[in-house]
Structures are given as structure tokens and as C-alpha cells.
Ligand binder design. Structure first.
Ligand code: 0RA
Length: 626
């Protein structure tokens, strides 16, 4: 056999085997084939463009969602290399077909965006029905197209051009993905986040399916983000911002203290939101605690040593680190574990913060006063808690409105938290009183994001929930004492219901986090419609399900449930409470955090935006796997 023919076959085989590996186990590369995996394709391409921006070569990115289900990402970076590779192939084809293309074209080792996704464009290519790429570089426009990862021809030159950049258009493969529809809400939220993380970059999002369009651009980046988050709070000073680079680790921090009771620290590693924290957060905390204590001891009369907790009450901050090989662990792979990051962040925060305090003595005093106040409040709260514990143990006096269940076996006991008296009444009739308890909430529960634990504990509804569960609250919470194995939030499928659900999620997240971490917290899914034809009855849990049902059944009698109270007890039992037929949504830390984040940060006090969000998402929670 002739030499070049063998070589061709060998090369051909590796490309095919890379492709097959990815198509056989897509989950290994993109984490799954649901909504999350689908969007990973887009993040992989966008992260490449962001990398060009971070390297200083790209100023704008445009993402277009097309009517045919494909998406285009366009940037004005250097363009993917189009030189001839040693193998004789065009580098562009190598980048798009070889796993970890290797050597000069493999940017994995030093890429700093998307460490979680960083799987390479060849993975995207392998999982798409078709992909087209245009590269403007060296005065030309290069083009190539692929089908399910296989080139449909060589790289061609289309035209001359004096611009540079890359355009990638791809359509996710419906043989691979369970869902192939890109979601505007998910994409716009992430692009907005990326714009704040990469100051100066312009990111445009166009949805040709709906006509929606957004442009995200932030001159001030993280500092601007912090001032938006704190828009409706009372900041004690201008946003503090600093950055550093040591041992290949780049650190950016924005800090602002407010007079609110809450800590809000957002952390990112290589642009990934590290929900589970990690070494960058611990470095930040110890650096900040050291700087403030040192300043206080040096310059403040009658100063008392402050704990990290005292210092962080009322603190809003954002930390972003970028490093070559990030390591992630944890349930959602969002905990950064590189140990050298802690040292670098700690020393940067300590030095820069101390320097800032010394330069701004008036603001420094305000901050120290604020921290001392937390210290006193903490000590007072501790005394009060001890008193309460002795006087009436929270777990002994059950709330009057609780309709408890009779089973003594904690493994099967369930608590339904229901909004309103009338829904509470239906639920009491519907339940299996052997193992299901009902706690109706009367008034609105307060927004714990805006008030501390002391205030929260004065709220009747919160007190009732805490005593029914009987496992304490805040630092004293002990999951092993929980009187129920499942705590189920059951609210109406309307705006008010979503609002209450969000408030409850925020409360549980802030003050009973182990309940979520251990998988005890659930959301009930009542149906939206009852569809009846002759004597057959069906339930629809979304608008789409209703449409599908009506298509199948033709003419039928449709009843819309405006609230749980409108269902008779049998219907409520069958659709929402019976363990054999109901659909429960288990709440994860990620979801609770998302609810809280949406609530407390980006939207702030923008009531209309918040209302709109709740309307759009009140049913979406069923497939919130992002
Ligand atoms: C490999 C090497 C270089 C750039 C890129 C890939 C690149 C990839 C994408 C994907 C979307 N936009 C992109 N922009 C650039 C470095 C090129 C050089 O050294 O000139």
C-alpha cells in the first residue's frame, strides 16, 4: 500500500474514534444531555471567545438564536488558526475534530475561562447535526462545514477580508439531546454575568425566534455589579476594587459594606460561579478578617477583636480568580480546591484592604463601628437564645395551627407547608393523617434577606415552621432532630404562590441549610388544569401539557385551578399529595441559591422585573436543572 494512503487511514481512524467516544458518552464531556448539557455546547464556544477577550484580542461577541434551532457565536478575536498543520491538514480542521488538539493549537493549559466546560470545540462539533465555521484571518475568509463532526469538504477560502474573527454556527443533534431548544432566560443571565466578569466586552444576544434582543456591557465590571446589588441598601463607602497577579493566579475583588444585616459574597473561578465556595473564598475571608482586626487594634480606641462573622454582616463582595488548571470538587463541581489560590487571595486582600483603610480613615471608622455592632448583636442574640432555650424549648411547644400526623416513625413523616386557610382546610381533608402533617401559613412570611435572624424569629409564621420541624434554627439547627423526613412546600400555581415559595426557599437556605443539603426539602406540583371528557379525567401541569392533551382529546371540558383551595380533597390527594401519583421536586442548594440570588441581587427592588420573572418561571421550576 502506498505510504500516504496508510497515513490518511490512520489519521482518519483517530478522528473517527474521537468522534465516537464523544457521541457514545456525551455526558462525560458535557455533563448530560438535558437542558444543562445542551447549553454547555453554547458555553464552550462562548468561552473560547471570552478567552480571546481576556487575552486582549476580542472586544465584542454576538450570539444569535435562529428559528431553525441553531445558534451562531461571532467574535472579533484573532480567529482560529488556519495554517497548515504538520499532519498536512488545516489547523482549523484539527481544532474542530481532535480531542484536546495538542501542542500549539491546544489552549487548554493556559485558557482561563470556563475551566468547567473547557472540553474543546471538537466536542461541540461531535454533538451537532451540522456546524459551520468562518474564520477571518491573514486577509482571508476561510470556511468549512461539518455534519455530526465529520467534515463535508476541505477548508476553503471564500473571499478577502481585512478583519479578524471567528463565526461558528451549529445545530445541536437531536439524536443526542433530549431537549434541543435554547432558552433565552438561561442564556441572557449567563451572558450578563460574563459581561460583568469581563469589563469592557460587549455581548449581544439576539433571539430570532421571538424577536427579543439584549446587549450586555459593563464599563466598571465587578465594581459596577456590586453597586447595582447594593442599589437599595445603604452603603458605608464607595466600592473598593483591587486586583493582583501572582504565580500565574489572577485575583480581582470588589467590596462594599452596607448597614444591612446580610452577607452576600459571590465567588467565581475562571468565570464559573463557585456556589460551593473553596480556597478563594477562605483566602478572602482570612485576609479581610486580618486586615480589619489589624487596623482596629492600631487605630481604634476600645477595640475588641472581631470574628469573621462579625465582619461579614452587611458585606457585599465579589471575588474572581483566574488560574491555569482549576480543580473543582463537590456535589455540583463548583468548589475550587487549588490550595495555592488561598495564599494568593489572602495576601492580596490583606495588603490591599489594609492600605485602603489607612487611606480612608473616616470610612474605616464607619466599617469598624458596623462590625462592632454585629459583635454586640451576636453576643446579645446568644444570651437571648440561651434564655429562650431554657424557658420554652422551641421543639416542645408545637404551633396551634399545626395538624400533626400520628406516625411516630420519623422516616415516613411528612410536613406540608400550605399557604392560606382555605388551602390548608382542603389539605387537611385530603391528607393521609397517619403520616402527613399540615401547617397552614396565615400571614405573609417576611423576607429574611432583608432582616436578620433575630427579626426573623419574631415573625409568627417563621416561628411556627421552626417549632413544627423542631430541629432548631441557624447555628443551632440539628438535622437529626427534624420531626419530618420530608418538608414539602405546597403553594398555589400563581404569582403569589411563587412569591411565597421564593420567600420560603430563601428562609430555608439562610437558616436551615442542612435541610436542603440533606435532601429533606421539596416543592409540591399541583396541576394547573383538569381536563374532562365523558367520564375520563386528566390533569395538565403546564400550558404545554394542556395543549397536548386537547390535541389528543379534541373537545373536552377544561377547568382551570386558580388555587389549591379550588380542588376538592380527592383531587388534591390524587394529583399532589398521594406518594404514588404526585410529582415532588426536590430542592437542591443550587436551586435555593438561584431563587435567592434572583431575588436579592440582579433584580434588587425592581418590583416589575421581579414580578415578570416570577410569572415567566412559576411553572418552569419543574425542569430547573441548571
Ligand atoms: C486556538 C488558538 C488560537 C485561537 C483560537 C484557537 C480561537 C478559538 C476560537 C473559538 C471561537 N473564537 C475563537 N477565537 C480564537 C490562538 C491564535 C493565534 O495564536 O493567533
Amino acid at each position: 500500500m502506498d505510504q500516504s494512503a496508510t497515513e490518511y487511514t490512520a489519521r482518519h481512524i483517530t478522528v473517527l474514534s474521537d468522534l465516537e467516544a464523544v457521541r457514545k458518552r456525551p455526558g462525560m464531556y458535557i455533563g448530560g444531555t438535558g437542558v444543562r448539557g445542551l447549553h454547555h455546547l453554547l458555553w464552550e464556544v462562548v468561552d473560547n471567545s471570552i478567552d480571546e477577550a481576556l487575552a486582549g484580542f476580542c472586544r465584542s461577541i454576538k450570539v444569535t438564536l435562529h428559528k431553525d434551532g441553531s445558534a451562531t457565536v461571532e467574535d472579533d478575536g484573532r480567529g482560529i488558526p488556519t495554517e497548515k498543520h504538520v499532519s498536512g491538514k488545516n489547523a482549523l480542521e484539527i481544532v474542530l475534530t481532535k480531542l484536546h488538539a495538542g501542542g500549539k493549537f491546544d489552549r487548554k493549559a493556559y485558557r482561563v475561562s470556563g475551566g468547567l466546560h473547557g472540553v474543546g470545540l471538537s466536542v461541540v462539533n461531535a454533538l451537532t447535526e451540522r456546524l459551520e465555521v468562518w474564520v477571518k484571518r491573514n486577509g482571508k475568509i476561510y470556511y468549512q462545514k461539518y455534519r455530526r463532526g465529520v467534515p463535508e469538504g476541505d477548508v476553503e477560502i471564500l473571499d478577502d477580508s481585512n478583519e479578524t474573527g471567528t463565526i461558528i454556527r451549529f445545530k445541536p443533534d437531536d439524536e443526542i439531546f433530549e431537549v434541543t431548544e435554547f432558552r433565552y432566560d438561561i442564556i441572557s443571565q449567563r451572558l450578563k454575568e460574563l459581561a460583568f466578569l469581563t469589563k469592557g466586552i460587549r455581548i449581544e444576544l439576539i433571539d430570532e425566534r421571538s424577536g427579543k434582543r439584549d446587549v450586555f456591557y459593563s464599563e466598571g465590571g465587578m465594581a459596577e455589579y456590586i453597586s447595582i446589588v447594593n442599589k437599595n441598601k445603604n452603603p458605608l463607602h464607595e466600592v473598593i476594587y483591587f486586583e493582583s497577579k501572582k504565580n500565574g493566579i489572577q485575583v480581582e475583588v470588589a467590596i462594599q459594606f452596607t448597614d444591612s444585616d446580610f452577607e452576600n459574597v459571590l465567588a467565581f473561578a475562571n468565570n464559573i460561579h463557585t456556589i460551593e465556595g473553596g480556597t478563594h473564598i477562605s483566602g478572602f475571608r482570612s485576609g479581610l478578617t486580618r486586615a480589619i482586626n489589624e487596623y482596629g487594634r492600631k487605630y481604634v480606641k476600645r477595640f475588641k477583636s472581631l470574628t469573621g462573622q462579625d465582619i461579614r454582616e452587611g458585606l457585599t463582595a465579589m471575588i474572581s480568580v483566574r488560574l491555569p488548571e482549576p480543580q473543582f470538587e463537590g456535589q455540583t463541581k463548583t468548589k475550587l480546591t487549588n490550595s495555592d489560590v488561598k495564599t494568593v487571595v489572602e495576601s492580596t486582600v490583606y495588603l490591599e484592604m489594609l492600605k485602603w483603610l489607612e487611606k480612608h480613615p473616616n470610612e474605616a471608622n464607619l466599617i469598624i463601628d458596623r462590625c462592632m455592632l454585629s459583635l454586640m448583636a451576636r453576643q446579645a442574640a446568644k444570651r437571648a437564645r440561651e434564655l429562650v432555650k431554657r424557658k420554652n424549648d422551641i421543639s416542645i411547644t408545637l404551633p396551634g395551627k399545626l395538624a400533626d400526623c400520628s406516625s411516630k416513625n420519623p422516616e415516613e413523616r411528612e410536613l406540608f407547608i400550605v399557604e392560606g386557610e382555605s388551602a390548608g382546610g382542603s389539605a387537611k381533608q385530603a391528607r393521609d393523617r397517619n403520616f402527613q402533617a399540615i401547617l397552614p401559613l396565615r400571614g405573609k412570611i417576611i423576607n429574611v434577606e432583608k432582616s436578620g435572624l433575630t427579626k426573623a424569629l419574631k415573625n409568627e409564621e417563621i416561628k411556627a415552621i421552626a417549632s413544627a420541624i423542631g430541629a432548631g434554627i441557624g447555628k443551632d439547627f440539628d438535622i437529626t432532630k427534624s420531626r419530618y423526613k420530608r418538608v414539602i412546600i405546597m403553594t398555589d400555581a400563581d404569582v403569589d404562590g411563587s412569591h411565597i415559595r421564593t420567600l420560603l426557599l430563601t428562609f430555608f437556605f439562610r437558616h436551615m441549610k442542612p435541610l436542603i443539603e440533606n435532601g429533606y426539602l421539596y416543592i409540591a406540583q399541583p396541576p394547573l388544569y383538569r381536563v374532562k371528557k365523558r367520564n375520563k379525567v386528566f390533569y395538565a401541569y403546564s400550558e404545554r401539557e394542556l395543549e397536548d392533551l386537547l390535541k389528543k382529546m379534541g373537545d373536552a371540558e377544561v377547568q382551570r385551578y386558580k388555587g389549591l383551595g379550588e380542588m376538592n380533597p380527592e383531587q388534591l390527594w390524587e394529583t399532589t399529595m398521594n406518594p404514588n401519583t404526585r410529582i415532588l421536586l426536590q430542592v437542591t442548594v443550587e436551586e435555593a441559591l438561584q431563587a435567592e440570588e434572583l431575588f436579592s441581587t440582579l433584580m434588587g427592588e425592581d418590583v416589575e422585573a421581579r414580578r415578570q420573572f416570577i410569572i415567566e418561571n412559576s411553572r418552569e421550576v419543574r425542569n430547573l436543572d441548571i
